[in-house]
Design a protein around this ligand. Structure first.
Ligand code: ASP
Length: 327
């Protein structure tokens, strides 16, 4: 077939570009990838990250190295990733703190909707309201009475403003009308250590950390923050059924990369995320930790971005009404 020269040239150029892209795509990844976790090792977010790092790496054909960057309720890590080189070798797991930060931090150094690329949603994790083992109240009703009578003495632990333990604690306090002394940590990993050790009194934390601790009977449990009981913790009532109608905090997580990360890298990262969340070992472990993996067709960049936008719109008014600011 004799094609006119100009068409032939166009075909050759397009093929060359496609080949270059394919080579670039084949080239990625060719070294380890950093998975940034915004809270201390051992905490609920870190547990999810370290669980996923292996199957993510398997799917990508490289090593995924978890790096904990701490502080300011996850915003220091988010800012680090927002400014990282957009080459596909820095990715970021964060929870709904990505949506609450714009209302909590009036001078946020990054924009969750402008400074990131979106890989996909990861897992939804319920929370549990806990106390140290020897805390006097034995049920939610007794806890509320006790907190109202001892508000100056009780210490509520959390992982800093922007953490979900802070959000859960804030909603719980405003619901029962008390204002407790809060003790901030750089993650609920260290906070849990002090709760078990008796140095602090109360903590609201995610089941990806708390399920094994509850099953080992190392803390006191007053309820779960879902509207239905958890299959993995069937004997623990919800806060809702104990009278705190509509009290619900379920912690969604997203996987992100810096803005302008190349599309071929993002496509490979999204596939790796879906491969990891389809892994039967991961699905079994997440179920044991009472955590829900979203349907596969929801684990998309558009799905995460749309969800983040909606969550920013939802939590902004709640936080502003509570009058809580980090700066
Ligand atoms: N998810 C945080 C952590 O892993 C805790 C929090 O946000 O409350 O430490």
């Amino acid at each position: 077939m004799n094609l006119p020269r100009r068409i032939l040239t166009g075909v050759i150029t397009a093929s060359a570009l496609l080949a270059a892209a394919a080579v670039q795509a084949q080239g990625y990844p060719n070294r380890p990838i950093a998975l940034v976790v915004p809270f201390a090792a051992g905490g609920p977010t870190d547990v999810v990250a370290r669980m996923l790092a292996v199957p993510l790496g398997k799917s990508l054909g490289t090593t995924v190295v978890v790096e904990n960057t701490l502080g300011a309720g996850g915003t220091i890590a988010a800012n680090r990733v927002a400014r990282a080189t957009p080459d596909g070798y820095t990715i970021f797991i964060h929870h709904m703190g990505m949506a609450t930060a714009p209302a909590l931090y009036r001078k946020l150094p990054f924009d969750p909707l402008k400074d990131f690329e979106y890989i996909g949603q990861v897992v939804d994790v319920p929370m549990t309201l806990l106390a140290r083992k020897d805390f006097p109240p034995n049920n939610l009703k007794e806890l509320i009475t006790y907190l109202r009578a001892n508000r100056e003495k009780v210490m509520l632990a959390n992982a800093g403003l922007g953490a979900v333990s802070h959000l859960c604690g804030m909603l719980f306090q405003s619901t029962i009308g008390v204002d407790l002394t809060t003790v901030p940590y750089k993650g609920t990993g260290p906070a849990m250590t002090d709760l078990i050790g008796g140095q602090v009194d109360v903590l609201c934390d995610q089941t990806t950390q708390t399920v094994p601790i509850i099953k080992d009977n190392r803390v006191k449990v007053y309820g779960v923050t879902t509207t239905k009981r958890l299959a993995g913790l069937p004997n623990i009532p919800t806060l809702d059924e104990q009278g705190m109608k509509g009290f619900e905090v379920k912690v969604w997580h997203g996987l992100y990369a810096p803005k302008n990360t190349p599309k071929d890298a993002l496509d490979k990262l999204n596939k790796a995320l879906r491969d990891a969340l389809n892994d039967p070992v991961i699905r079994q472990r997440m179920a044991e930790l009472s955590s829900d993996i979203p349907p596969m067709d929801k684990i998309t960049p558009e799905g995460l971005r749309t969800h983040l936008e909606a969550e920013i719109a939802k939590w902004g008014p709640v936080i502003r009404k509570a009058g809580v600011y980090a700066d």
